[in-house]
Structures are given as C-alpha cells and as structure tokens.
Design a protein around this ligand. Structure first.
Ligand SMILES: [Cu+2]
Length: 738
C-alpha cells in the first residue's frame, strides 16, 4: 500500500480502504529490500493508515543528502487495555521505519553503515536504535513522551556513539504540538486568524462583552493538576454561555438525608428491586454539597446476580430532572435499555418505569441514567452489577473480592462547580474532576492478610477521565473485561480504564505493610506543549503480618488460558480479517466560540489525554458551540442520522477512524448498546488477546476495527461515553432486525 499515492483527498473526506490492515500484516519483522517504493513524507503512510498525522514521523534529509528519505510509523504495542502505557503513564510505542534513497554506504564519504539514534528533545542524550538501510526496518519498542530520531553515516555498524555525518532527522508527533503560548504571541502563526473554527462576529471584536451576563452567575472552576494555572489572554472575563445548574435549588439542604455507602443486593431469578433516585446530602473534603443517589446511596446498590437471571426493577425518579436507567453492557430486551428518545420516554420527576433486566453474560456491568449524563451520572447516579458465572471454576479462586467504581468530582471551596443548565459545559475535553472517588468516597481503605490474592472488579464511572491504576510493588494480572474473560490472563503493571470500561484484575499482596492504589499519568499542558508526571493516591491497602489462609498463590502464579473463551470465539475467527462493512469517522466542529478559544484549537492533540490540559477553554465551551461528530463516510450522514441496519446473527466489521486533524482531536470511548464486540486490530496491528467488550477506547488518530456480534434485535445507540461529547451530539443509532 505504500506504493500508491494520491489518496489523501479521499482520506480527508473520510473514505476508508481496507489497505491499512493488509499493509501492517505484510510488514516483515526486520529488513525488507524487496520493495523500493518512493516515500517522501508521511503521505505514503497516509495512503494506508489514515492516522498518519499522529502516528508518523517524517525524517528530513540533511542538506548534503537531499535524496535521502525516511519515515517512522509509531505502531501501537498490543495491550489488553487498548492504550499501551507504563505504570508511570509514559506511552509504549514500536517504531517501524522505512528508508529510501540512502546512498550506497560503502564509500569514504558516506561511511560504512547508517545508524539510527533515539534522542531526547534537547539532544542531550542518545540511545542507539540500530543499523538501518533502504527498506522497512523494525526499530523496536520505545517509551518516550517526546523525542527525536537521527540517522547518521558511521564508519561501522558497531559504533556506540554518533560521530558520523547526519543524514536524516525527525521529531516525534507529540513534540510537534503547537503550544498555546505560541499561538497567543502576536508574531506566532495563527495569532491573527479569526475564522479557524468559525468565530462569530458577536465575539470577535471583544473577548468578553457578550458573555458578561452569564459570567456574573458563574464562578471560576478550580484548575486541576497539570493544567495551566492562569487564564490565557482574552479569557479572563469569559464564562460558559448557558445558565448554571446545581441540584436542589430552593431546598434546605439540612432537610436532605446524608448519603449512605453502597449496599450489596443479592437477587435471584424473578426477584424485584425498587430503585429510587433522589437528592442526598454529602460531605466531601469538609464541604457539604447536594448530590444524587439511588436509594440514598452513592454509588447505588451493587446488584449481585447469577448469569441467566432476570430481575424486575421498579424505578421511581425522585430527582429534579427527567431521567431513566440504562443497563450498560447488558444484552437485555431493547425496550428496557433505558434510552429516552430511542427506547422509552424520559421518566418525569416523580414518575415511575418498570424495567425487566435479563443477564445473559457473566461479567461486571453498571447502570446509570442516559439523559444528561454529564449532570446525573456526575452527581452520583450509578451502580454496579456483578453477574456471576454458574460454571464452577470459571475464574480462579481468590481470597477476597472488591467491586470498585472510580470517579472524579470538580469541587472548590464553595462546593461543586455548577453544570450547564441546557447544554453541557466542558464540551471540548469533557469534565475532569479534581477529587478522585472510589465508591463515592475520596478515600479507599482495605486491610488484607499477607499473601492474599484480591480480585478487583473496576468500573470507570467518570465523565471523561481515563485512569492508569496500579498498586506499586504488587503483582497484578488482568483476567476479564466488559463482557467476560480474556482468551488468556496476562501480567500487567497498570490498568487503563476509559470511561464506562470495566476490567477485572487479580492482585497479590505479598509483603506486610502499606500498599497504595495510585493513578499515575503524564499530564499534557496545552499552554506550554509539555508533559509532566501527575500521581493521585486513591486509596491504601494495609497488609497485616498474618498469613492468608488458604493460600491461592499457586493458582495466581499460573496464567490461565481459557478454553471456554476460545471455543466461544471459534465461530468468529474466520471473520477477524474480513473487510469492514461499515465505517465511522470521529471528528468535531465548533461555531460561535470566542476567538480567544477557537484560535487555540489548532492542531494541538495527543493520542490520549489523561488530564484537562486546557481547563479554562474547556469549561467555557458548551455543547451549543461544540459538536462532536460520528460520520458514516459511505453516506455522509452524521450522528442521529447514522441509521444502520443489520440482521440478527450478522457479524459486522466496523472500522472506526479518529480524525487526527480535527480542530481538537481527542480519544473517544465508543460504546455500542445491546451487543458485544471484539477489538480486532488497532492501526492494523492485530489484537493478540481477545475479549468481548461493549466500550472501547479509540485514541486520537487511530484506526480501530471492531467485530460486532449483532445478536440482540432492536434499535440501539452507538455513542461516545465522554458525557459531554454525548451531550454535544456524538451519538448515532443502529437497528438489528429480527
Ligand atoms: Cu468522545
């Protein structure tokens, strides 16, 4: 596919070809001299891998070697979580290079060998990547946030330091980011552009003015760690152009009951659960705030059922907004899926709705409203469902189980930052909180015995945040995800959870003392275009000196290969390489944003953003000005006009391309209702350990192929699970006909 040019225009239009998949699978492991295509830039990668802008480095020739060409593809390292990072949040990438036009090396001028070097941005230290020559070369895996690659002509391929002439050099996409600092400087390119994202006249002449009215009713939100701490030029007087909303207006909060911790509700087939949403009083970090709860609890009750059970849930909406309950990941009957406008009418305040929920798959699921998630879910309306397998030995034995819902909350000295009344605020990146919650509490504590194996069922209930969790010093293996077990268990150093995803991990606490549950990321600061490490401790595990009885160490030491999963996947294997039948292009548009914000939406992006690195801009942008888009390139239809049809029993390959060149390219956790799917490949790299999912992270610039088991009839939603992106339109529908 490298051989063909001129497909860039069709890429821009979002027309996709199957070539990317084929290209990647044809790549030889080491040097391939059989093909000598013309590559001059990353254009040639773009022909086959549409994600070139974020996953490709063009190498620029030195003046003495104008004919030399090189490009490096940053390939995803297959990981159980879809995002390859280390426990400290640094990315893991494999460099596949391709060179062309390197002159014959065995001349006195050119040296005897070409060698590639990995440098820091400041060029103060280097690591030898290895000898290169014309053709395709695997340069191996690296773990760097920002870097440069230099190719030099050396007297021998065995040199340890670079001494020879420079032939080619390039900079990682993560360092090509244009810092906002550069944009606002008058001399910087882009500083005077006024229509990048369609700035309206209303805002263009002055940066505030029109927004003064609403800014009087908003207060500045707290700025999360890793985000620029002072407002950018022109933003000081801006506020979201919607009225603020806070729950319980006009209610004396003293009359509200304090929320209670989550209770476990064990239900048998045919049982009924009454679930009532309502206002609760909470004290978080010493602040008394009004939030929501199910049955007065935050999170809501943990429903513990056996696979195959059907339960009845009598829901009463006791909050001050229309609501409903969606049973996330559960392949239940369509009319109980809980999506206002698609499967049911909204449940008005004070009204009721009865759900019949069947659980055909074991796994960990969750429930939450599917209307204004940015408000209702953020305020605490979510709960877990643990569906236990009826097969003995389905999972290895462990000493203890912990079911944890992870969340974050945006809170300052006056309480919770209000939400947008008619449209979400934080519509660019989603709303990141500054206080981490585990099961609704800012602190999680666990006491275990020495040598205990603890199984953690983890759910990310946050609006927008990805977590990168670890227990430093403890061995950990990933066992299962959204809708069941992996093909085989894997040792991992951290767990990456995108919003709405679930992972099941077994952790060994071998040594007495204190262990912590920590979220470690590399935060991107959009103002300066730099990364910095951020760590949040979510909880502590005290390990006593008493030995665990019984010991499950032998079972823990063994990585299971799951024959039952392999058997279940067997009918799908022949379809893994099928060409996609449907495609989705993920992008965004803005209109009417203040120039101070829209001018900065110029190519600043990273495959995954772990923090809100543009907190002021993000807060001010609402769902009225920002539209996030799912586009079907075959028809040009977008969002709710995407109305696909499938038949029950059909297995559909859907290719998802996350536009790297939208004005703020960003990852999206994509969720399909009512069905299960496999993530078969990322940027053409096949998944090596399959697991059934209902939500998958699609990093910015990446092309992800999903194989969907269309087994459950009805009209269902497909959408981004960042609550503010959903609130800014990023949703479509598909029908599975019986
Ligand atoms: Cu999204």
């Amino acid at each position: 596919m490298w051989l063909h040019g001129g497909r860039r225009a069709s890429l821009a239009a979002g027309v996709l070809v199957a070539g990317g998949l084929i290209w990647a699978r044809m790549l030889p492991a080491r040097i391939d001299n059989s093909r000598q295509p013309a590559i001059g830039a990353c254009d040639s990668e773009a022909d086959s891998i549409p994600s070139a802008a974020l996953n490709c480095m063009t190498l620029v020739p030195a003046p003495d070697f104008p004919g030399a060409r090189g490009a490096i593809q940053l390939r995803p390292v297959p990981m159980p979580f879809g995002v390859a990072v280390r426990a400290d949040g640094t990315p893991r990438q494999r460099l596949i290079a391709r060179f062309h036009g390197l002159p014959e090396p065995r001349s006195p001028r050119n040296g005897a060998a070409y060698v590639a070097w990995l440098y820091t941005l400041s060029l103060d230290s280097a690591v030898k990547l290895g000898q290169v020559r014309n053709g395709v070369i695997d340069l191996g895996e690296i773990s760097r946030l920002q870097f440069r690659v230099l190719v030099s002509a050396e007297r021998s391929p065995d040199v340890r330091e670079r001494n020879g002439m420079l032939i080619l050099r390039g900079t990682s996409p993560s360092a090509r980011l244009m810092a906002h600092r550069d944009v606002v400087q008058p001399s910087a390119p882009g500083a005077l552009r006024d229509n990048v994202s369609g700035v309206s006249d209303r805002h263009a002449p002055t940066m505030h003015g029109a927004r003064d009215a609403s800014s009087r009713t908003w207060r500045m939100p707290p700025i999360p760690a890793g985000s620029p701490s002072s407002p950018m030029a022109g933003m000081a007087n801006l506020a979201p152009e919607v009225e603020p909303f806070a729950p319980g207006r006009g209610i004396d909060r003293g009359t509200l009951a304090l929320s209670r911790p989550r209770e476990v509700v064990r239900l048998a087939d045919g049982d009924t659960l009454r679930l009532e949403s309502g206002l609760v009083r909470r004290v978080i970090r010493g602040k008394t705030v009004v939030m929501y709860g199910f049955n007065g609890q935050h999170p809501g009750p943990l429903i513990d059922v056996a696979r195959g059970a059907t339960i009845v849930v009598q829901f009463r909406n006791g909050i001050d907004q229309p609501s409903a309950i969606h049973w996330h990941g559960v392949r239940l009957a369509n009319r109980f899926d809980g999506v206002p406008g698609v499967t049911q009418d909204p449940v008005a305040p004070g009204a009721t709705f009865t759900y019949v929920v069947r659980f055909p798959d074991s796994g960990v699921y969750w429930y939450h409203p599917h209307i204004r998630e940015d408000i209702q879910q953020d305020l605490g309306l979510y709960g877990n469902i643990l569906v236990r397998s009826t097969s003995p030995g389905y999972l290895a034995p462990v000493n203890r189980e912990q079911v944890l819902m992870l969340d974050d909350l945006l809170i300052d000295g006056d309480g919770l930052t209000p939400w947008g009344a008619v449209a979400p605020t934080h519509a660019l990146m989603g709303r990141f909180g500054n206080v981490m919650l585990v099961n609704g509490e800012p602190r999680y504590d666990l006491e275990v015995r020495r040598g205990e194996i603890v199984r953690f069922y983890l759910t990310n209930a946050s609006n927008a945040r990805l977590f990168n969790l670890s227990f430093p010093g403890a061995r950990m293996k990933v066992v299962a995800s959204d809708v069941g077990k992996f093909e085989h268990e894997e040792w991992v150093s951290s767990i990456v959870l995108a919003p709405a995803e679930r992972y099941v991990v077994d952790v060994e606490f071998a040594h007495p003392g204190r262990s912590v549950l920590i979220n470690r990321i590399q935060a991107l600061d959009h103002v300066f275009g730099t990364f910095s490490p951020v760590a949040d401790t979510l909880g502590a595990v005290r390990v006593t000196d008493t030995p665990a009885m019984p010991s499950y160490l032998a079972e823990f030491d063994r990585l299971r290969r799951n024959a039952d999963v392999a058997n279940e996947l067997a009918p799908f294997r022949s379809l893994l390489d099928a060409p996609p039948s449907h495609s989705l292009f993920l992008t965004m548009r803005t209109r009417g944003l203040p120039a101070a914000i829209s001018n900065m939406l110029i190519g600043i992006n990273a495959p995954v953003e772990w923090n809100d690195g543009m907190a002021m801009m993000n807060w001010i942008a609402t769902g009225r000005e920002v539209t996030w888009v799912l586009r079907d390139p075959a028809t040009g239809k977008e969002n709710m006009d995407v109305d696909w049809h499938f038949r029950v029993g059909q297995v559909a390959k859907i290719r998802v391309v996350n536009d790297p060149s939208s004005s703020h390219a960003m990852h999206h956790p994509l969720h399909l209702h009512g069905q299960r799917f496999l993530v078969v490949s990322r940027d053409g790299v096949p998944t090596t350990n399959l697991v059934w999912k209902d939500t998958a992270i699609i990093p910015a610039g990446e092309t992800v192929d999903l194989l969907v088991d269309m087994a459950n009839p009805g009209r269902w939603m497909i959408h981004c699970h960042i609550a503010e992106h959903l609130g800014a339109g990023m949703m479509g529908v598909f029908t599975v006909d019986p």
